[in-house]
Design a protein around this ligand. Structure first.
Ligand SMILES: Cc1ncc(COP(=O)(O)O)c(C=O)c1O
Length: 392
């Protein structure tokens, strides 16, 4: 029997069954090897089955797996000390959860409590998750239309035009939520000055600025936080995906006065801050720092992006190349589904981002050899696709 016999039809599924992973490679059940530029949708930042994470999980699982937030635990403390060393200084208080959407939910609640205002400005094209609160600030109508009414008081403004935030302001608005680089919508990098301008508008109008760094954070873009590319720090930062080496964890990092506005019991989560995820989180942060993964993402990302530009030169089917670090996109003139499926046959896993955009979120341990191999497979895939579509 297939998994599909048991599951709802909720995911675009790929014809591949993976049983093993190491670094930037995965293997299917027949032993065939693939370069993983899908990276578990950006979760596998420090590589699959990273040794530090594997050992940390083994050791911690023999000591203590669960420990509710109402009880103190030293593994959790060690994790908090580690994350506070790499996070922006002002964001010194932390709320634990288990996923990206939960981290967004928490951020929205904390900001509403702190500002006393329910209105939120979100960005056109923004993606923050699919639970009701997170969905309310997610823009894509495809995800929203069957679930109205969502949260009231959310206004969307164009990502590229922060002055629209000022035009949309009224007394109900307390919060602005932004992805520093939009991921789901096709790796949209803001023009220089955009995030600084949003920060300035928030400061002038006493608005809480939330950065959703769930996809961009932890070195993905060649800086620890994508906001650093534009020297901009938010008031709340959402993290999830790779923070615990592949185990579930969401984090909402806050300015102390924001989290301190919350009272006991106003928000909580049973699995939050469990020692197993925390032990993997400690190992993840150690890997990022000691293996120089942020620098590697910047260096290898540049080489990869130059190679993608070369593909654009050689293939008329390619419309655009975008991204920073190892958060890259190749926009085609056509639907990319066939290219992704053919990629699997050639030993390459890639991700889509909208119908005609190939998104690449490989582990940050990727090396030059694998980039070269990836580019050569992509070259072949694009040539075949052009032939198939008769593009001259
Ligand atoms: C920017 C961003 N925010 C939020 C989410 C939602 O995270 P999760 O799927 O863990 O709920 C994602 C997931 O892709 C994301 O990329």
């Amino acid at each position: 029997m297939s998994e599909d016999n048991y599951l709802g039809n909720l995911y675009q599924r790929f014809p591949i069954n993976i049983s093993k992973g190491k670094g930037s490679l995965v293997w299917d059940v027949s032993g065939k090897e693939y370069i993983d530029c899908m990276g578990g949708y950006g979760v596998a930042i420090i590589g699959h089955c990273n040794d530090r994470v594997v050992n940390a999980i083994k050791n911690q699982s023999e000591k203590l797996i669960t420990c509710h937030m109402s009880i103190y635990n030293n593994t959790r403390l060690e994790f908090l000390e580690k994350i506070s060393k790499i996070s922006p200084k002002k964001l010194s208080k932390v709320f634990f959860s288990n996923s990206g959407a939960e981290s967004t939910e928490s951020a929205l609640k904390f900001s509403r409590k702190f500002t006393g205002k329910s209105g939120v400005i979100a960005m056109t094209g923004g993606y923050h998750g699919k639970t009701f609160g997170a969905l309310s600030v997610t823009h894509n109508e495809k995800y929203r239309k069957s679930f109205q009414p969502l949260l009231e008081g959310v206004k969307f403004v164009p990502y590229s035009n922060p002055s629209k935030i000022e035009e949309s302001l009224d007394n109900s608005i307390g919060t602005v939520i932004v992805e520093p680089i939009q991921g789901e919508t096709g790796i949209i990098v803001p023009s220089d000055g955009t995030l600084q301008q949003i920060r300035k508008i928030c400061d002038q109008n006493n608005l809480v600025l939330i950065f959703d760094e769930i996809q961009t954070g932890l070195g993905r873009t060649g800086r620890m936080w994508a906001g650093e590319h534009w020297s901009t720090t938010p008031d709340i930062m959402c993290l999830a995906k790779g923070i615990a080496g592949g185990l579930p964890m969401g984090l909402t990092l806050c300015k102390p006065e924001i989290l301190d506005a919350m009272k006991v019991g106003e928000h909580s989560s049973t699995f939050a801050g469990n020692p197993l995820s925390c032990s993997a989180g400690i190992a993840t942060i150690e890997s990022i720092i000691e293996e120089n993964l942020v620098e590697n993402a910047a260096k290898i990302g540049n080489i990869f992006k130059n190679g993608l530009f070369q593909l654009k030169e050689n293939h008329r089917i390619v419309r655009d190349v975008r991204g920073l670090g190892l958060m890259l996109a190749l926009e085609l003139r056509f639907d990319v589904k066939d290219v992704l499926f053919e990629g699997i046959k050639e030993g390459l896993l890639m991700l889509y981002s909208g119908r005609n955009i190939i998104r690449l979120l490989p582990p940050l341990v990727l090396d030059e050899l694998k980039v070269a191999k990836t580019l050569s497979i992509m070259d072949k895939l694009l040539t075949n696709e052009e032939e198939r579509r008769d593009v001259k």
